[in-house]
Design a binder for this molecule. Structure first.
Ligand code: OXD
Ligand code: MN
Length: 589
């Protein structure tokens, strides 16, 4: 990778392919100005200053929250819009029943109409970025063109953004082309289009993170999952965490949960007092790129460099590290503000809201003070559990893969899959109650295979097949587990304390990986017996423990039948191996 020749170059001279594309986009969108993002602190500070001066960004209390700002989005633009998100492959079958599809020619034509002249009076920002450590062979680059300075500020935190990324692009000239305009924010003219075959993204009409920060869901999951299948790796909706036992052994695990189901909290877990000597290191909180290594293990990098986390529910009790992490240098979106100009959200330990997320005087009659999907954007380096391993170009070796969802009933606290193939079925069967991270009703159970339902850039059948193929290549494959922190009793009370106490479950998982943890064969998979879990001090009754670790056969049968009809709904490419696993599971009942 070359660096020196570019040191003095204007950004627009570094890559011919990028500058040619920028010129084409400028002809179409007719901005007043073009700003190439250097990515330096001075560049970012100047941009922030402009937004504050225009009243689009609000400075929060700089004594208590230095470097913190608040952005209020358009009230109709607060979550990902899955029904307006399309995967535009030449053949519809390649996008699969799991995606909305539009023919590339049609999508391009529709978007061309929307982009025509859309940046008149605005600045076109060129945002070169790298997903993953700049010196990693697993990192991939992109360029986002946007007319939103708020998007630039977020991308500067969430990715390795600026000159260095552009230099890497100039070195190999492949990059994902992402074109974004907030347009007029009209929900009727809002589209998020993906062209995996062209490594391109077009997003119009939204400024919300998951729709507009194109490095995140659009590139690092939808386009990357496609690239990953072509190149033999996996792009997954997973957090990655390092766990060091009191004996000094460190293992890394990756876990996939649907949006707003606690990946960030688990990635930043604080060991409970009852487990002294454990240490936790966060590698990532949302996305993992997983590569089979030459040693037969699976290696993971986090393509992102920051967190775009859900604010409500974040407190010293639920996530002390996050509270410390977001005290400074944090960009808040749609939170409420206290009388002292400090950020506030539901579940905050301190103070009370004075203005709500829309900037109105807070009145409980208007609903929650902070939007349920309000967010913080912050650099991963501010996390007290940050580790330099994040920057290791080889990534970290993964001992266990964990899947889970938010299930009031049925799914036990934890179980282990019998094999990789069974694990792929378990992962493909993930279901969860919906949350505020996407538009639509909250609390409805929906299937969300690998927590990738909104993010897999191609047909789920092909995707499951790819998972099976990757497993076959791994001589030392991670074990696969399923967890559920959200079991409730009939009165709606959570059965498991969750948060830091989840380390007890992770400790059993690591014991299993080390070949020393006990388990018994249940019909769903391998389950811990009470003596296999560290439960001291939790005061769980035998009845609760039974509910947490047993699955009634009738309920499991109904679930498996539901999984079979879900797989049927995904079309003919679902691998027969998964149906065989399913039949075997039914036989075991
Ligand atoms: C996210 C999401 O923002 O999954 O991470 O919606
Ligand atoms: Mn996510």
């Amino acid at each position: 990778m070359a660096t020196a020749p570019y040191l003095l170059a204007a950004l627009s001279d570094i890559s011919k392919n990028v500058s040619t594309w920028v010129a084409e986009v400028a002809t179409l969108t007719t901005p007043d100005r073009i700003h190439w993002c250097e990515g330096s602190d001075a560049d970012i500070a100047a941009l922030r200053g402009e937004l504050v001066a225009r009243g689009e960004l609000r400075e929060l209390n700089q004594q208590t929250n230095p470097g913190c700002y608040l952005y209020r989005s358009d009230p109709t633009d607060v979550a990902r819009v899955e029904h307006l998100t399309f995967v535009c492959t030449a053949a519809q079958d390649d996008a699969g029943a799991n995606n909305n599809w539009m023919a590339p020619v049609e999508a391009r034509a529709r978007m061309r109409g929307l982009f025509q002249g859309c940046m008149r009076g605005r600045t076109l920002y060129v945002v070169p970025y790298c997903m993953g450590p700049l010196d990693s062979p697993y990192a991939r680059c992109g360029v986002e063109i946007t007319d939103s300075a708020y998007v630039v500020l977020n991308m500067a935190i969430m990715t390795r953004m600026g000159r260095a990324a552009l230099e890497r692009i100039a070195g190999d000239e492949t990059f994902v082309r992402g074109l974004h305009s907030t347009g007029d924010l009209d929900p009727a003219r809002r589209y998020i289009m993906h062209y995996p075959e062209e490594l391109a993204i077009e997003s119009f009409g939204s400024g919300y993170g998951g729709n507009a920060l194109l490095g995140k869901k659009c590139h690092a999951l939808r386009i990357a999952s496609w690239q990953a299948r072509t190149e033999g790796w996996l792009a997954e909706h997973m957090m990655i965490v390092g766990l060091e036992s009191p004996a000094g052994e460190t293992h890394y695990v990756a876990a996939a949960f649907p949006s707003a189901c606690g990946k960030t909290n688990l990635a930043m877990l604080i060991p409970p007092d009852s487990m002294p000597g454990w240490k936790v290191y966060t590698i990532g909180d949302d996305i993992a790129w997983l590569h089979p290594g030459e040693d037969g293990r699976l290696w993971a990098i986090n393509p992102e460099s920051g967190y775009f986390g859900v604010a409500p529910g974040t407190s010293r009790k639920t996530n002390r590290n996050a509270c410390e992490m977001i005290r400074r240098d944090t960009l808040y979106t749609n939170v409420a503000v206290t009388a002292n100009n400090e950020p506030w959200w539901q579940g905050c330990d301190e103070n009370a809201p004075a203005t709500d997320w829309l900037g109105r005087l807070y009145d409980p009659a208007n609903g929650p003070a902070a939007h349920p999907n309000s967010r913080f954007t912050v650099s991963a380096q501010h996390n007290p559990a940050y580790t330099a391993a994040v920057e290791d170009p080889r990534g970290v070796p993964i001992s266990a893969l964990i899947f889970g969802g938010r299930r009031r009933e049925l799914a036990p606290l934890v179980y282990e899959a019998r094999s990789w193939r069974h694990g792929v079925l378990v992962a493909a069967s993930v279901a969860s109650e919906t949350t505020a991270a996407a538009e639509g009703a909250v609390g409805v159970v929906r299937r969300d295979p690998m927590a990738m339902k909104p993010f897999c850039g191609y047909d789920f059948g092909d995707y499951f097949q790819h998972w099976l193929r990757i497993g076959a290549r791994l001589r030392r494959a991670p074990r696969i587990f399923h967890v559920n922190w959200f079991r409730q009793d009939a009165a709606g009370k959570f059965l498991w304390p969750g948060y830091g106490e989840n380390l007890r479950v992770l400790a059993w998982i690591l014991d299993r990986c080390a070949g020393r943890g006990g388990a018994h064969e249940g019909s769903i998979g391998l389950l811990p017996r009470p003596q296999d879990l560290q439960l001291a001090g939790l005061n769980l009754s035998d009845a609760v423990l039974r509910d947490l670790t047993e699955v009634p056969a009738a309920a499991l049968r109904a679930e498996l039948v539901g999984v079979r009809s879900y797989l049927d709904s995904l079309g003919p490419r679902v691998p027969s191996a998964l149906y065989e696993e399913l039949e075997a599971a039914l036989q075991r009942l």
